[in-house]
Write a protein that binds this ligand. Structure first.
Ligand SMILES: [Zn+2]
Ligand SMILES: [Zn+2]
Ligand SMILES: [Zn+2]
Length: 265
């Protein structure tokens, strides 16, 4: 089945421009150098029901703005990669969408690892506590992440990754994989990444970082995985869009906010 992947945000945790910074990338007039916090959207028409389905990977602090830009008017499920602020702090903005979802059938399912679920329950206690009384809380439901999760006739496979000393997940859907905040890919995860049309990999900057891959590390994985196209995301202000893209090998490019690619699910 055919679908679309939209890069809702391609910036690192601080976003680009970065507050307080006047570097060449932060002051660039190229719209590709403006990066909201990292998130992605996958859309497809589910063949049996004929209805459009929208899945979001992470709801960071820019989620509301990203939804408005995308033009999407619904979210059918969220898959979380991990519980850092730049990936979760927009959860509350699911509220209006969740009211509509609840009227249609039920709460929006949020798939996440046990560790991420525990953090979401703590931070958004007024949403998830069984004693919550806040009447306008999001109609959302935390769901355990299986090795493969089926949603609306598509399948999302969790890809175990390392992010510094944290165990996090990326996702494969059809012939596309979205792996953000990676500092290492465990050997057995490579078997889950064969035969890809599109590989999304985080690449922070050139200088090493304890919990994020550099451009060079990402390029090494990209070569090994051998996807037809590799897109780099979670990009810091050290990397200008145009200059960096000129230096990247064929088949690899920096993604940018709003980039849409057709995907096979
Ligand atoms: Zn991040
Ligand atoms: Zn800067
Ligand atoms: Zn992170």
């Amino acid at each position: 089945m055919e679908g679309n992947l939209t890069f809702l945000g391609t910036g690192t945790s601080m976003g680009v421009p970065t507050l307080g910074c006047a570097c060449a990338v932060c002051t660039s007039t190229d719209s590709h150098d403006k990066r909201l916090r990292p998130a992605a959207m996958v859309r497809w028409i589910a063949p049996k029901s004929g209805s459009e389905r929208v899945v979001v990977i992470d709801t960071g602090p820019d989620f509301r703005e990203q939804m408005l830009r995308s033009g999407a008017r619904r979210v059918d499920a969220v898959f979380y990669t991990h519980s850092h602020a730049d990936h979760i702090m927009g959860l509350d903005d699911l509220r209006p969408l969740s009211f509509a979802a609840a009227r249609e059938g039920g709460p929006i399912p949020l798939y996440a690892t046990a560790e991420t679920r525990a953090t979401l329950e703590r931070i958004f206690e007024y949403t998830f506590s069984p004693d919550a009384t806040y009447p306008n809380r999001a109609r959302v439901e935390l769901k355990p992440l299986e090795a493969v999760t089926a949603v609306y006739e598509a399948e999302f496979t969790a890809i175990p990754l390392k992010h510094g000393n944290l165990d996090i997940v990326g996702y494969r859907f059809g012939r596309t994989a979205y792996l953000t905040d990676v500092s290492d890919i465990p050997e057995k995860s490579f078997a889950l990444l064969e035969g890809l049309d599109h590989l999304v990999l985080s690449a922070l900057r050139y200088k090493p970082h304890p919990s994020h891959a550099t451009v060079e590390q990402a390029l090494n994985w990209a070569r090994r995985i051998g996807a037809r196209n590799t897109w780099l995301t979670h990009i810091a202000h050290e990397l200008g869009h145009e200059a960096t893209n000129r230096s990247l090998p064929e088949g690899v490019a920096l993604a940018y906010d709003g980039l849409n690619v057709g995907v096979t699910l």
